[in-house]
Design a protein around this ligand. Structure first.
Ligand code: GDP
Length: 298
């Protein structure tokens, strides 16, 4: 996903190699090239501006170092600022002191929520938990079935509304799902919610009602990293409409330009917790800002 960005950043920074001292003009030229690279990768403009301002300020103020030559020093600064824009420290998922913990998934249709439910369940199982999936996407005809299939693949149980009762109430299903988890000693409940193709008021209200009914320990906003700048607008709409405590980036295996990944943390103020990079349940991991920064810098 970050191939072009990596190449462009590499080229911008290689201009400094071999220089004994960096002039202000050297730093300005490099900063300009980094700026273009980030904009071309679809990183949101305010994020690019703040990023470049910090790089310039730090590069110009950098003390002469014995250990690093000027070019290495700038690379170090860019690396540190990339880590910072991606969230700094790895943020682990927050679980309740008293089980069951509730994790609610929200996002647009097609963002990868249902797949993520399976991935998360499989991962949590691997950590010794007993997760229960709860099917609250009653909008899309096949969604419940799809969650059940994903659940089976992950080796976990799915709580779903009884078939044949018409379209159920997702808030009621969420509530009953959590009660079922308490009864049967599941320690984590993963609530899959409905997504629309675009942001709409009804979707936001439904997600908010589910949130109020089950009071999640984490509300994860699931976003397809391939949708570029739209990821940021969608994230803002979900932040304002539902609120969330963490982000999951999906489809990082795609060949889009990756700017969403670099913007979403800074724009929403919420950390990226997990990343998905494929359709298989194992294509999933905890998100580590430092590793992602290294990957981008190549
Ligand atoms: P939902 O509508 O948000 O529940 O999205 P789904 O989980 O149904 O996913 C939509 C499509 O994206 C499906 O075809 C998934 O297989 C695919 N998908 C989900 N996550 C990833 C990912 O990380 N990488 C790729 N390449 N495809 C993914």
């Amino acid at each position: 996903m970050f191939d072009t960005l990596s190449d462009r950043l590499g080229a911008a920074l290689s201009g400094l190699r071999g220089k004994g001292r960096l002039s202000e003009a050297d730093i300005d030229t490099t900063a300009r090239e980094i700026r273009i690279a980030l904009l071309e990768a679809d990183v949101a403009l305010p994020v690019v501006r703040a990023f470049i301002a910090r790089i310039k300020e730090r590069a110009k103020g950098a003390e002469v170092s014995e250990a690093l030559n000027p070019a290495q020093q700038v690379v170090k600064i860019v690396n540190e600022e990339l880590i910072s824009v991606l969230g700094g420290e790895t943020r682990r998922i927050a679980l309740a002191k008293e089980p069951p913990s509730v994790i609610m998934l929200a996002g647009l249709q097609g963002s990868g929520k249902t797949t993520l439910a399976g991935k998360l369940a499989r991962w949590l199982k691997g950590q010794g938990h007993t997760p229960l999936l709860v099917a609250c996407d009653l909008q899309r005809p096949n969604a419940v079935n799809q969650l059940q299939i994903v659940g089976e693949r992950a080796g976990v149980v799915t709580f779903a509304p009884e078939p044949g009762n018409g379209v159920g109430d997702p808030v009621d299903v969420a509530r009953r799902g959590v009660a079922h988890a308490c009864d049967k000693m599941y320690d984590i409940v993963i609530v899959d919610t409905a997504g629309r193709l675009g942001v709409d008021a009804e979707l936001m209200q439904q997600a908010s009602d589910i949130r109020d009914a089950v009071r999640p320990d984490e509300t994860l906003f699931v976003v397809d990293a391939m949708i570029g700048q739209d990821a940021v607008t969608t994230a803002e709409a979900f932040r304002d409409g539902v609120g969330f405590t963490g982000v999951v980036l999906t489809k990082l295996d795609g060949d889009a330009r990756g700017g969403a990944a670099l913007s979403v943390r800074e724009v929403t103020g919420q950390p990226i917790l997990f990343a998905s990079n494929g359709e298989k349940l194992e294509d999933f991991d905890v998100f580590h800002p430092d590793r992602m920064a290294s990957r981008i810098l190549g």
